[in-house]
Design a protein around this ligand. Structure first.
Ligand code: PRP
Length: 190
């Protein structure tokens, strides 16, 4: 297993090996399969970053379900002045449906908050959140993650769908930027 990767000018060190990721996805899938045993959820995956977690998770789901995607672009002056534009909007009929949002990482929580607001206007029956990573220290929102893979440090991470300037999403492991290197936020790096 590679413990260090270089992407462009940055060095990244192994944070979460693939086996640990797989075990965490197993645990989330088991809980969802139990919780939705008599339901037919719609999985709503946030592109781009969630593609790998979504693929791994959905392969383990055994209840009848639908899968759809949304994609946002976030523009930042600073993190607190960030606003979000819909690139691929919410086109599914979600009214009275059980929705599970699938996200690779919740950092500040602004992206998820945007989707939750958009969803609430369309009157789903229930909305739950499955997120693989959570940066508790960076979190600025108030929602609860129902199905969480793991908490991670407030450092810039790549791999398992997450990128540095568009690269690194394909890595099967999660890597953290080496000490003393900018950036720390995982939003809008490409
Ligand atoms: C990343 C990540 C989440 C979001 C989390 O997406 O995939 O969607 O940031 O950050 P937040 O909690 O601070 O909003 P990004 O906007 O970088 O796009 P990407 O998924 O295409 O990488």
């Amino acid at each position: 297993m590679t413990t260090t990767v270089k992407i462009k000018d940055k060095l990244f060190e192994l944070l979460v090996p693939a086996e640990e990721i797989s075990a965490a996805v197993d645990a989330i899938a088991s809980r969802i399969n139990a919780d939705y045993a008599s339901k037919e959820p719609l999985f709503l995956c946030i592109l781009n970053g969630s593609f790998m977690f979504a693929a791994d998770l959905l392969r383990r789901i055994r209840v009848p379900c639908r899968v759809s995607f949304v994609k946002y672009a976030s523009y930042a002056g600073t993190k607190s002045t960030q606003y979000i534009k819909n690139l691929v909007g919410l086109n599914e009929d979600v009214e009275a449906k059980d929705v599970i949002i699938v996200e690779d990482i919740v950092d500040t929580g602004l992206t998820m908050s945007h989707l939750l607001t958009e969803l609430s206007e369309k009157k789903p029956a229930t909305v739950r959140i499955a997120a693989f990573c959570f940066k508790k220290e960076a979190f600025q929102a108030t929602f609860t993650i129902d199905y969480l893979g793991m908490e991670i440090p407030n450092a810039f991470v790549i791999g398992y769908g997450m990128d540095y300037e568009g690269y690194g999403r394909n890595l099967a492991e999660i890597y953290q930027i080496s000490d003393n290197q900018y950036p720390t936020s995982n939003t809008s790096t490409c």
